[in-house]
Design a protein around this ligand. Structure first.
Ligand code: FAD
Length: 139
């Protein structure tokens, strides 16, 4: 089976309400665990950065649904590749908001203390998600 990793950035729209992040994570965990997809999502009230990894067809299927969701816009693919191992296997969808887990790594991976994933390379974005995942408790 071909396993892939997809990393994208997007911008929240006015349709994104405060409680939506809870709904998104519940939906993501439910759908992703059924399809064998794992990953990590970062959201700071303005920008999203998400990594999805899993079977190629499943990752593409979920990304198509995500990309047409009107709670965010301008999704930009930062990285898409075949991988030999998962990095986020603990999480059907791990989540980090604008907290110390994010700010601790921003300067190292983006050269700025402001989170703007549109300004990051795919490699840096994935590297930052990996570094964050080392800190985040697996719940
Ligand atoms: P449903 O069961 O019909 O919907 C699930 C819930 O989401 C319901 O409460 C519904 O009201 C609500 N919902 C769905 N679409 C919208 C919308 N456009 N506006 C407001 N509320 C809505 N889904 C995943 O499966 N995996 C992911 O990893 C994932 N990550 C996401 C990341 C981001 C940044 C965003 C914005 C969305 C993400 N989603 C993810 C949600 C995805 O876009 C779809 O909403 C979801 O996959 C639909 O699931 P479903 O077919 O089971 O829909």
């Amino acid at each position: 089976m071909t396993i892939v990793r997809l990393v994208y950035a997007s911008r929240a729209t006015d349709d994104m309400q405060t409680n939506d992040i809870v709904n998104i994570l519940e939906t993501a965990k439910r759908n992703n665990s059924k399809l064998g997809v794992t990953g990590m999502l970062v959201f700071n009230s303005t920008y999203f950065l998400q990594c999805l990894e899993g079977p190629r067809i499943a990752v593409n299927h979920i990304y198509q649904k995500i990309a047409s969701d009107n709670r965010h816009a301008q999704p930009v693919l930062l990285d898409y590749r075949e991988i030999s191992e998962r990095h986020f296997f603990h999480w059907s969808m791990g989540y980090v908001g604008e907290d110390k887990y994010l700010t601790n790594h921003l300067m190292r991976f983006s050269g700025s203390d402001q989170f703007n994933p549109f300004e990051m390379s795919g490699e840096s974005a994935h590297g930052m998600l990996l570094a964050i995942s080392d800190d985040v408790p697996t719940i």
